[in-house]
Design a protein around this ligand. Structure first.
Ligand SMILES: Cc1cc2nc3c(=O)[nH]c(=O)nc-3n(C[C@H](O)[C@H](O)[C@H](O)COP(=O)(O)OP(=O)(O)OC[C@H]3O[C@@H](n4cnc5c(N)ncnc54)[C@H](O)[C@@H]3O)c2cc1C
Length: 436
């Protein structure tokens, strides 16, 4: 085991090397704010920034250090697709709904890139293109169907990469070809979050770490909500819940609707540049076509490969996670079988029962959550949308705002069924693979 890890190995996100978490200055909560936001990731901060620039008094409260959540832990893939495929959505909900949802995904994607540029956030945001590798011939056919459907209806570009040409994109023989979506992007999630936080602080947002919210109640001295926290009480006219995969059970209605699960990632030690270039010559992000995905990318700021997978497998011990991830890396990219890992980390994601992100207002409290691995653009987009709604701006409603947020009877936020669901996904992937 020891041989898998570098001597300076860290059980922490690689992104924290460039964007370490910082403690917020110790100061007291004010008696009241216009808006209190629970959670300091992309969703919370994007909402906070927009509200503060419109003149609102805003506090962002986080249970941990600001940015502790998935926003400084993710892979930094920037896309405009969902786990819920366009073709499936169109078949089940009809073409108008599917187009509206996928159009909004494009808006979220483009507006996130535009926002980063306008704010001047230096976070290696680029349109590097994404390679989706097919885990079987049937997956390749399914991928082509999906992308052809999106091109025909939405004009979104792609090109197929047959097995014989895959090595132009990735040093692997594991997959049955793939597809390139040329305009999708990537960024450094830690630097993006840090830039967003810098802008929010400059706009006057008060950000509190170590400030767990334990209760939100209606009523109280002219303001609409009383907010109880580990650092005392405050009040707010509006409250936003932006806790996604970290949503506590005390927020009962929301916890009943999100399915928290753990995502795993690792970084290799610095690699010889020629070895790294051979693995991903086009420097694209890579994701496989399984429901239980593996994903790869070059680090934007050092010669390392970053990768993840084995989502929600139940492991907690960093050494065991490192062994599992290293095995998956070596299986896909055999040239890297002997490289060591310098970082291994985890983060909480949120699935939903309809595999769609959700935004809305329940009992007067705003929320954006359930990003199903698409929270970099969708969290940023929903944060903006929530702020626009609170400000009463006459902006067009997002297609996501129309959907009910489903739960299941007896579900209280403990996803005991996750191991079964992951096994079901693996069975579905294998069944599709056998179907040619
Ligand atoms: C390993 C991994 C890889 C991923 N890769 C990608 C990717 O490549 N692309 C992509 O689009 N998405 C990806 N995601 C998902 C994405 O990171 C998230 O969807 C997104 O960051 C969610 O942002 P958020 O602001 O809603 O929540 P978060 O950033 O998770 O923040 C929630 C915050 O709420 C706080 N909180 C919880 N309870 C309380 C409380 N009671 N009081 C106060 N604060 C509280 C938590 O401490 C936390 O800081 C990935 C996620 C993981 C874990």
């Amino acid at each position: 085991m020891k041989d898998l890890l570098t001597t300076d190995f860290r059980n922490a996100p690689y992104w924290w090397d460039a964007a370490p978490l910082t403690e917020s200055p110790g100061r007291a909560l004010a008696p009241s704010y216009d808006v209190v936001i629970i959670g300091s990731g992309y969703t919370g901060l994007r909402a906070a920034l927009t509200l503060a620039r419109a003149g609102r008094g805003v506090a962002v409260l986080d249970k941990e250090a600001p940015g502790y959540g998935a926003s400084r832990r993710n892979a930094g893939f920037l896309g405009r697709t969902l786990k819920k495929s366009y073709v499936d959505l169109k078949a089940v909900r009809g073409p108008a709904y599917a187009s509206a949802i996928y159009r909004d995904l494009s808006v979220a994607y483009e507006s996130t890139l535009a926002f980063i540029e306008e704010e001047g956030i230096d976070c290696h945001a680029i349109r590097c293109g994404r390679l989706v590798v097919a885990t079987s011939a049937a997956h390749y056919a399914g991928l082509e169907r999906e992308l052809a459907g999106m091109k025909a209806d939405l004009g979104l570009p792609y090109s197929m990469v047959p097995r014989g040409r895959l090595r132009e994109e990735m040093a692997t023989d594991l997959y049955d070809g793939g597809a390139v979506i040329p305009d999708l992007g990537s960024l450094h999630p830690g630097l993006y979050h840090r830039g967003l936080m810098t802008s929010a602080l400059a706009a006057g947002v008060a950000i509190f770490g170590n400030c767990e919210v334990t209760a939100v109640e209606r009523g109280g001295q002219g303001d609409r909500f009383g907010v109880t926290t580990a650092a005392g009480k405050t009040r707010a006219r509006d409250v936003v819940i932006a806790t996604n995969g970290y949503t506590p059970k005390s927020l009962r209605w929301h916890a009943r609707r999100v399915i928290p699960f753990v995502g795993y990632m690792a970084a290799t030690e610095p690699l010889p540049p020629a070895l790294l270039e051979k693995q991903l010559p086009r420097r694209r992000t890579v994701i496989d076509s399984n429901l239980d995905i593996d994903f790869f990318r070059p680090a934007p700021d050092s010669p390392r490969l970053l990768f993840g997978g084995a989502t929600a497998n139940g492991l907690k011990d960093p050494a065991a996670i490192a062994t599992l991830l290293h095995g998956r890396l070596a299986r896909a990219l055999p040239d890297l079988a002997d490289v060591k890992l310098s970082h291994v980390w985890t983060g909480q994601c949120a699935g939903t029962f309809d595999m769609m992100p959700h935004i809305g207002c329940h009992d007067g409290i705003w929320y954006g959550m359930g990003y199903n691995f698409a929270g970099v653009p969708m969290g940023s987009f929903f944060g903006l949308k929530i702020a626009q709604r609170i400000l009463g701006l006459p902006v067009e409603a997002s297609a996501f705002e129309q959907a009910a947020f489903p739960t299941l009877p007896l579900y209280r936020g403990s996803p005991w069924f996750l191991p079964l669901a992951m096994r079901y996904f693996a069975w579905k992937d294998a069944r599709l693979a056998r179907s040619t």
